[in-house]
Design a protein around this ligand. Structure first.
Ligand code: SF4
Ligand code: SF4
Ligand code: SF4
Length: 565
């Protein structure tokens, strides 16, 4: 269901009204925009600091902002761009003014009255998005409440849980699921990326204290450091957001691999958030975590719908929204808007300055002509690949085609005992020290016990020969590529594993790609990357998942290079 609702200003009731069609009574309504967010007291105060003509009467008014941060004050669009006004002011003056501000009781009461009024004006819309039993394209009820119960009934063998980030969408989903099921003990999973906005950490702590009966599990990748990784492989970008796999799905995937249950996870994903998300199904097998079905009750809600629901149930919301952030979570995310960066510069100056300096140094390292502009204009968010980074050299290797079934590879890293773990997805290796010492290891078909291919390499050497021993057509079951003839692709798959071996920093992103939890990435000195052969079903999903075989290699990859000598 596409949500085509439009936001109008109700001149009589002095609040936004969500309507499906153009109103009949044109005198009462004027068009505002397609979606809108509320502006709270703290952001109103920032407007008074930045716009010379705006005075304290703004606290009496109903103020909303669209996605481009145009402000509507009592239905009238505020002339002038807040970005330009921000540039004209001294940052330390703005910081000083905002630090000294404290909302009065009167302002707080007025704000409550405005939002209560907004809810009563839109109660039909609220009722529709919560309870409608009309069916969506997938056959589920449009209303979030019946949808939740239908999905739980359908997947009743799965462990029910909620993905909780501290953002408004997950607060909405947390309340919707607990209310629809009349249960408070639904497990909440929080992936602590380690770079959450400090206000989010405060909010999560408060949420836990105020909801003690809600089981709350926190996942964190303690072995990796976002800022150190950004040094090695470059900061994440919109196209290469490696950190989500390392700091979100990686730690959750590690947890999943240790439990038997399959999961049904409710998410606050919404189609209006991005073009990629606009194509998502409402109920889907997680593309990243094989044990998880993802269900999205509010997938067709707009921002204004989420706010309508949250105001109607009167719950605590993350304070970051009060300051004007339109999304909360990682404060240094490449997907953050310029407006979020401005708010970071104002409210978390130390972190903002440190990160900006790191970005400037990175820009110098990769040879940008104007590192300051590259940083502050946000060009780093659009970058791709590891051009100019030492680590990027490990993505590449040369090979020599000896004959149709025989290639010699020239690696950037010496072969060690862990090298062979990356070949277990193809067949049985076992620990055959004698073969490894001799420098000739067969990969054995688990069913027929016949050798499939041979790896010829000496420990400590950088030259590896791979010799295919058997016709491999129909040998492997690759779910996404069932009709691919593996014979012609086997070297591509082998190369993905060689690349993994060269680049692997034990980021753990591989763990969640395995449907049978056979992969362990521990960073342990001897076998940091380990595959349990007794569990492995040779499905090759871990090989096929990332375009270059490995998340980090994909993040570092630059232009297509010819590897053949
Ligand atoms: S910074 Fe952005 S892309 Fe990276 S983990 Fe956080 S939300 Fe994901
Ligand atoms: S192979 Fe790549 S994706 Fe897998 S754990 Fe190592 S670094 Fe991460
Ligand atoms: S995804 Fe798991 S089961 Fe499949 S090949 Fe890789 S390790 Fe084996």
């Amino acid at each position: 269901m596409k949500n085509d609702n439009i936001v109008f200003w109700d001149k009589e009731k002095k609040n936004p009204k969500i309507l499906k069609d153009n109103p009949l009574n044109k005198d009462q309504f004027s068009y505002l925009t397609t979606d809108i967010r509320p502006v709270f007291i703290e952001e109103k105060y920032l407007i008074t600091v930045l716009f010379p003509k705006i005075d304290d009467s703004i606290f009496e008014k109903s103020v909303w902002a669209d996605k481009s941060n145009n402000y509507f004050i009592d239905g009238y669009r505020l002339e002038g761009s807040i970005y330009n006004h921000f540039k004209k002011k001294d940052l330390s003056y703005i910081r000083k003014m905002l630090k000294s501000f404290k909302p009065t009781e009167k302002m707080i009461e007025k704000e409550k009255a405005i939002f209560n009024h907004f809810v009563s004006l839109n109660k039909d819309r609220l009722n529709f998005i919560l309870t409608s039993k009309n069916k969506d394209k997938e056959g589920y009820s449009i209303g979030a409440e019946p949808f939740i119960n239908e999905v739980i009934h359908q997947y009743n063998k799965r462990l029910l849980n909620i993905s909780f980030s501290g953002g408004k969408d997950s607060i909405a989903v947390s309340n919707l699921v607990r209310r629809a099921t009349a249960k408070n003990d639904v497990v909440h999973f929080f992936a602590n990326t380690t770079i959450e906005d400090p206000l989010n950490y405060e909010f999560i702590q408060r949420f836990k204290e105020e909801n003690r009966s809600v089981p709350f599990l926190e996942f964190k990748n303690e072995e990796q450091n976002f800022f150190e990784l950004s040094e090695t492989i470059g900061p994440p970008s919109r196209r290469k957001s490696w950190c989500c796999s390392i700091f979100k799905t990686g730690p959750i995937g590690s947890f999943y691999s240790g439990i038997k249950e399959n999961l049904l996870t409710f998410y606050g994903i919404r189609r209006s958030e991005s073009t990629a998300r606009s194509k998502y199904n409402r109920v889907v097998q997680s593309p990243k975590l094989k044990k998880q079905i993802v269900a999205s009750p509010i997938i067709d809600w707009k921002d204004i719908d989420v706010w309508l629901y949250l105001f109607s149930i009167n719950v605590q919301i993350n304070p970051a929204y009060r300051y004007g952030y339109s999304r909360v979570g990682c404060w240094c995310c490449p997907n953050n808007s310029t407006w979020s960066d401005i708010l970071n510069a104002i409210y978390i100056p130390d972190k903002f300055d440190r990160w900006s300096n790191q970005l400037i140094e990175f820009a110098k390292k990769i040879g940008k002509l104007d590192p300051v502009e590259y940083t502050y204009q946000g060009f780093w968010k659009a970058r791709a690949g590891g051009e100019g980074l030492t680590k990027a050299k490990e993505v590449k290797f040369k090979y020599k085609q000896e004959d149709e079934l025989n290639r010699t590879y020239f690696l950037t890293k010496e072969v060690n005992i862990n090298f062979y773990e990356y070949f277990k997805p193809f067949g049985q290796i076992g620990i055959r020290n004698d073969e490894i010492e001799k420098g000739s290891v067969n990969i054995i078909d688990k069913k027929t016990k016949e050798p499939i291919f041979k790896i010829e390499a000496k420990l400590g050497d950088k030259v590896v020969n791979i010799r295919i021993l058997k016709n491999l057509n129909n040998h492997f079951q690759i779910s996404e590529n069932k009709d691919k003839v593996i014979q012609h692709n086997i070297f591509n798959y082998i190369e993905k594993q060689i690349r993994k071996f060269q680049v692997c920093i034990n980021c753990k992103a591989c763990i969640g790609t395995c449907p049978v939890s056979a992969i362990e990435v521990s960073g342990n000195n001897i076998l940091p990357y380990y595959i349990d052969e007794n569990k492995c079903i040779n499905c090759l999903k871990c090989v096929d998942h990332f375009p270059k075989g490995c998340l980090i290699a994909s993040a570092l990859d630059t232009k297509k290079v010819e590897n053949e000598l």
